[in-house]
Write a protein that binds this ligand. Structure first.
Ligand code: UFG
Length: 323
């Protein structure tokens, strides 16, 4: 019995697996290790090494499972513009197979990893669950389609589900787990610092107080706990919203992040200033009030703790860090 965590060998999925263990709920991992790292899965947790596109493997993995946390996916919004078919295959086709096999196996509970990318460039300072979704990348579109799929399958087949829209997930809950994304701010800055290069700021002319982009940074352990709360709510048959924004209500600019990294690491650096990266919105910050009401969602970590834990994990990774 227990829950299947797709993408459970990835940075976020592995935190989710640990949160389930801490709550006394058994977890099984399904991961193709395309970006996941097998050592991220705690000892004793069964791992099915397979793609979600492998229907037979998905069917097998669903045996005796109570519910699914669907974290696996292709998550690089920028790259998705160049690779739309890959993005749709990984995020939409794979999800259709997962849902078909869940129905077949009688598994009727699903917690889905959605994204702030469903909003695109919001025209409000603080987005809520009712803010219009206008995704600007195949990635954001594919996540929105995932949400629609769940709504439709919920209506037609009684699937119990919720979608958690992640904002900017950072930090580490344990030094063994690091974010090795080649496209996000924290790993890129750390990579530069570790390799003696200068971190870069992309764009200083945004319509924000210091000209750099403002984002809503949340700690991965807080995020992981929200998945457990959602799963427990589904398991208890309690009412649940179809969508929750996992945001903090607070924005930090890229410059503020650089200042915090300088302070926490003790490495003195002056970032290089570069032109804007295409497609970056000025600001995207969300209220997490709905999730606080239903999922016990709260910021248990400060920005300093997010940076410090992520930096510790990055340093500990040493030579095993990919790339
Ligand atoms: N940035 C830099 N320098 C870098 C890397 C990033 O200045 O070396 C800036 C970006 O331009 C952006 C900010 O740091 O302004 C944050 O960038 P990230 O790539 O870390 O995060 P994004 O906000 O672009 O993307 C995140 C998730 C995506 C998701 C998106 C939705 O990583 O998966 O939020 O808004 F699609």
């Amino acid at each position: 019995m227990g829950w299947l965590v797709t993408g459970g060998a990835g940075y976020i999925g592995a935190h989710v697996v640990r949160a389930f263990q801490a709550a006394g709920i058994e977890a099984t991992v399904l991961d193709d290790l395309s970006s996941g790292i097998s050592s991220f899965v705690p000892d004793g947790v069964p791992v099915v090494r397979a793609s979600l596109l492998d229907r037979a493997a998905v069917r097998e993995a669903l045996h005796g499972i109570d519910g699914v946390v669907h974290v696996a996916g292709f998550k690089y919004a920028g790259v998705s513009v160049q690779r739309p078919l890959h993005t749709y295959e990984q995020n939409v086709s794979a999800m259709v197979i997962l849902l078909q096999e869940m129905l077949e196996a009688g598994v009727d509970k699903l917690v889905f990893s959605s994204s702030a990318a469903t909003f695109g460039v919001p025209d409000v300072d603080l987005v809520t669950e009712t803010t219009a979704t206008r995704p600007e990348s195949p990635y954001g579109e594919s996540k929105l389609i995932g949400e629609w799929l769940l709504a439709d399958v919920g209506r037609a087949n009684g699937l119990q589900h919720t979608s958690l829209r992640y904002f900017n997930v950072v930090g580490s809950g344990t030094p063994e787990l690091y974010d090795a994304s080649p496209h996000n701010l924290f790993p890129l800055v750390f990579d530069a610092l570790v390799n003696g290069r200068t971190p870069k700021i992309f764009g200083t002319d945004y319509d924000t107080p210091d000209g750099t982009c403002v984002r809503d940074y949340i700690h991965v352990s807080d995020l992981a706990e929200a998945h457990v709360a959602a799963a427990q709510r589904l398991a208890a048959g309690q009412e649940i919203e179809p969508i929750y924004n996992l945001g903090s209500g607070e924005g930090s600019s890229v410059r503020q992040i650089m200042d915090t990294i300088r302070e926490v690491t003790g490495i003195d650096f002056e970032p290089e200033l570069h032109p804007r990266r295409p497609g970056d919105p000025d600001r995207i910050v969300a209220t997490g009030e709905l999730a606080a009401r239903d999922l016990g969602w709260q910021m248990r970590h400060t920005l300093q703790q997010m940076v410090a834990s992520a930096w510790e994990a990055r340093q500990k990774a040493g030579d095993s860090y990919p790339g």
